[in-house]
Design a protein around this ligand. Structure first.
Ligand SMILES: *Cc1c(COP(=O)(O)O)cnc(C)c1O
Length: 365
């Protein structure tokens, strides 16, 4: 079976974990500090704050960006649920916009229409590994004095105009879950150049404790700390990131070369100046194809090829989002994407032969 995602753990990661376990220091300690420094440097950011999930990263970043009860936060409905759940976790109101049908990312024109006096921030998502429309959305944020919390959970190492994902807004959030471009099993990372924001994120990660006075709690907080065990894995994975991304891009190029001309299949693209890191290689299966999207998924499974639908239910139609603005409305591009998308295997553990096999299996239908 060719799986749609598969983590790569080498001897280096295993040895690094053993070293931490034997050291006697297993919770947040020197490995976390070293990982934060290396990760921030790899993005070209000043501060890195490690946490125990991408969800925790988004929650802490929203808090640090000043998002609180009653504030409106504009985001996309075509993303993993955690993007919008963290807005609710802060007592704020998600505001759902439509997406661009080509990039699958939030549409800047739709954002402008949804800005009110209550709007505090935008969470653009670098979906599938392609950064958001940086120039247009940053200009909107500047004009209306809004914070940008970039959800880069799928975009480790992606670039736009030579800058790295995570650094396009005020604060960037990464997930290090098992299936992401690099992993710590579970984990997350916040990157920023803003010292105040970094301090507040660190405070939030540790129960709201003041960064200067021990056992003095400056505000509400959580236990979002990463362990040195996870950080030790992360330090090794970070060294592999560029190599992993090169493989993903090579695999994507084989799929695109083989599938671009197939009637009823639309292959993913990246605008000029953008480097897509293909966390997912996501095609559209349209009415012109000889099978429905779900039939193609089942057919591939019968042929030992995994595929997956990210994401079948746009969040503005989700029951628990009923307090969100845009809940239950029509966001046609997001809904069409949810009905048509299919992600094919592209991870670095696959071979060129595997990729050709996937192409051949689809073109021979
Ligand atoms: C994975 C992911 C998250 C959440 O990260 P976890 O580490 O699973 O908590 C948030 N947003 C997006 C876009 C993701 O892909």
């Amino acid at each position: 079976m060719l799986h749609v995602a598969k983590p790569y753990i080498g001897e280096e990661e295993i040895n690094a974990v053993i070293e931490v376990l034997k050291s006697g220091m297993i919770a947040q300690g020197p490995k976390v500090a070293a990982f934060e420094e290396a990760f921030a440097a790899s993005c070209g950011a000043t501060y890195g704050i490690a946490v125990n999930s991408g969800t925790a990263a988004l929650h802490a970043a929203l808090y640090a960006a000043g998002v609180g009860p009653g504030d409106e936060v504009i985001t996309t409905p075509f993303t993993f649920v955690a993007t919008a759940n963290t807005i609710l976790q802060q007592g704020a109101i998600p505001v759902f916009c439509d997406i661009d049908p080509i990039t699958f990312n939030i549409d800047p024109a739709s954002i402008e229409k949804h800005i009110t006096e209550k709007t505090k921030a935008i969470i653009p998502v670098d979906i599938f590994g392609l950064p958001y429309d940086v120039d247009a959305i940053n200009a909107i944020a500047k004009k209306h004095d809004l914070k940008i919390v970039e959800d880069a959970c799928q975009a480790h190492g992606a670039t736009c105009g030579g800058k790295k994902a995570g650094t396009f807004g005020d604060v960037g959030c990464f997930s290090l879950y098992a299936t992401k471009n690099i992993t710590t099993a579970e984990g997350g990372m916040i990157v920023t150049d803003d010292p105040k924001l970094a301090e507040l994120a660190k405070q939030f990660r540790h129960h709201g404790q003041s960064q200067t006075v021990r056992y003095y709690y400056a505000d509400m907080g959580y236990n979002y700390r990463m362990t040195d065990i996870n950080a030790a894995i992360g330090i090794e994975q970070l060294k592999r990131l560029d190599g992993f991304n090169i493989k993903r891009k090579e695999h994507a190029a084989i799929l695109t070369a083989g599938l671009a001309e197939v009637k009823g299949i639309t292959t993913p693209t990246a605008p000029d100046e953008y480097d897509h890191v293909y966390h997912q290689y996501t095609i559209r299966v349209t009415d012109d194809f000889s099978m429905s999207r779900d039939e193609l998924c089942a057919y591939l499974r019968e042929h030992e090829i995994g595929s997956a639908v990210f994401y079948p239910h746009p969040l503005h139609l989700s029951d628990h989002m009923k307090m969100a603005k845009g809940h239950g409305t029509q966001l046609p591009h997001a809904e069409k994407a949810a009905a048509e998308v299919l992600s094919l295997p592209v991870h670095p553990g696959l071979t060129e032969a595997d990729m050709n096999h996937i192409v051949h299996t689809i073109t021979s239908i």
